[in-house]
Design a protein around this ligand. Structure first.
Ligand code: FES
Length: 381
């Protein structure tokens, strides 16, 4: 066996680590694209985690104004892959001859693998959500991938008493978690604070109330910001509201609009709730003051080079999608790492929180959350 030599000089240790990192990148790059897996393992892997699945829309339900649920079944009639409550799938959709990929949380009960339900809100700037909301019909066929994501309850990491805080369609990944935790008796108690503008905007109010009647350890409190109705809390979730609860030893799961994350982060700080008790669904920071200034984006992909236009107010991923170049992508918010690419030159603005320190040093970026500030050149994996 080889002796393990520990490099004590920090500079030399870093240099060695950099060499290792580069060597690893070279090995990955030169590896055969056809992994040599035993056939039975390959078949099992493909069945449990197929890369892409064709699904058919079997039912559409108008849940509230501007929110619809789409029920998806596998085209060949087989079951869909199991998913952990809180996961999302990536929907691939063709709009004007261009392919876009967008993540949507699965809002159905994870014990049902015959079908997935995704719930989509039509939003003014949402190209894909608006297209699906307006045009999708029963019988349409889509390609999906996943399920993926890290917004899950983990019985080793998380506490036995859970508080869910969500707003609007932020309930979509949370409802499956509530089903799973209650039905499998994984926790002692669940408290859900669910905020909306009006009563008519609340998703699955009756289902949530039925769950509350059925399970004594589940409580739901509805908040409304634009209507004062008896038994509904008026306004947003505040420090005062949370202070009324016993917050010690509880895990918090948050999902909702960007302003909600910002305000809850402040509240958690004031209440001295350590980060280890807080889980967030992934979200994209809105980068402000970006203008529609045009630059050139040069993309190296395998042995090809493409040059397209890109804009300061558009992510590199969107520019590529708009120009029929479709790199690997799932989450589109900088979390999954599938779009990770090397920045060869140019100035960019990006959310780097999801990148590892080494990636930042080695100039790797996630095009899904990167905006160009000059002509930019990147290499796709
Ligand atoms: S698509 Fe997930 S990190 Fe970019």
């Amino acid at each position: 066996m080889k002796d393990i030599i520990i490099e004590k000089n920090p500079k030399k240790a870093k240099a060695k680590f950099d060499d290792l990192f580069l060597a690893r990148e070279q090995i990955i790059k030169s590896a055969s694209k056809d992994a040599k897996l035993h056939d039975s393992i390959k078949n099992l892997t493909n069945t449990l985690h197929p890369k892409n699945i064709e699904v058919e829309v079997t039912k559409i339900v108008e849940e509230t104004k501007n929110v619809k649920s789409f029920y998806l079944k596998r085209k060949e009639g087989e079951t869909l892959p199991n998913f952990e409550a809180g996961s999302y799938i990536t929907l691939e959709i063709k709009i004007n001859d261009r392919i876009y990929k967008r993540p949507y949380s699965i809002s159905s009960n994870p014990k049902n693998t015959q079908e997935y339900r995704i719930t989509i809100k039509k939003v003014p700037d949402g190209l894909v959500s608006t297209h699906v909301y307006d045009n999708c019909k029963v019988g349409d066929v889509f390609t999906i991938s996943g399920p993926l994501g890290n917004f899950h309850y983990n019985k080793i990491r998380d506490e036995k008493d859970v508080i869910f805080l969500c707003g609007g369609t932020g309930i979509t990944p949370i409802l499956p978690m509530i089903y799973e935790l209650l039905e499998n008796q994984k926790v002692n108690s669940i408290l859900l604070y669910y905020g909306n503008q009006k009563k008519e905007d609340i998703l699955w109010e009756t289902n949530l109330e039925e769950l509350q009647t059925k399970y004594s350890n589940f409580k739901v409190k509805f908040l409304l910001t634009e209507e004062e109705i008896e038994n509904y809390i008026y306004g947003n979730i505040t420090e005062e509201i949370l202070k009324k609860e016993n917050l010690n030893g509880k895990s918090f799961f948050v999902c909702g609009p960007l302003e909600m994350y910002k305000s809850l982060n402040e509240i958690f700080k004031k209440l001295d709730i350590p980060n280890k008790y807080i889980r967030h669904e992934i979200y994209k920071e809105e980068l402000e003051n970006l203008l529609r200034i045009e630059h050139k984006l040069t993309i190296k992909k395998e042995n090809q080079t493409y040059t397209i236009s890109c804009y300061e107010n558009e992510t590199l991923l969107t520019s590529m999608e708009n120009n029929h170049i479709n790199p690997k992508a799932h989450c589109t918010v900088g979390e999954c790492g599938f779009c990770r690419s090397k920045l060869l030159s140019g100035e960019i603005k990006t959310e780097i929180s999801s990148l590892r320190k080494k990636d930042i040093e080695m100039k790797y970026i996630h095009p899904c959350v990167t905006y160009p500030l000059s002509d930019v050149s990147i290499e796709l994996p």
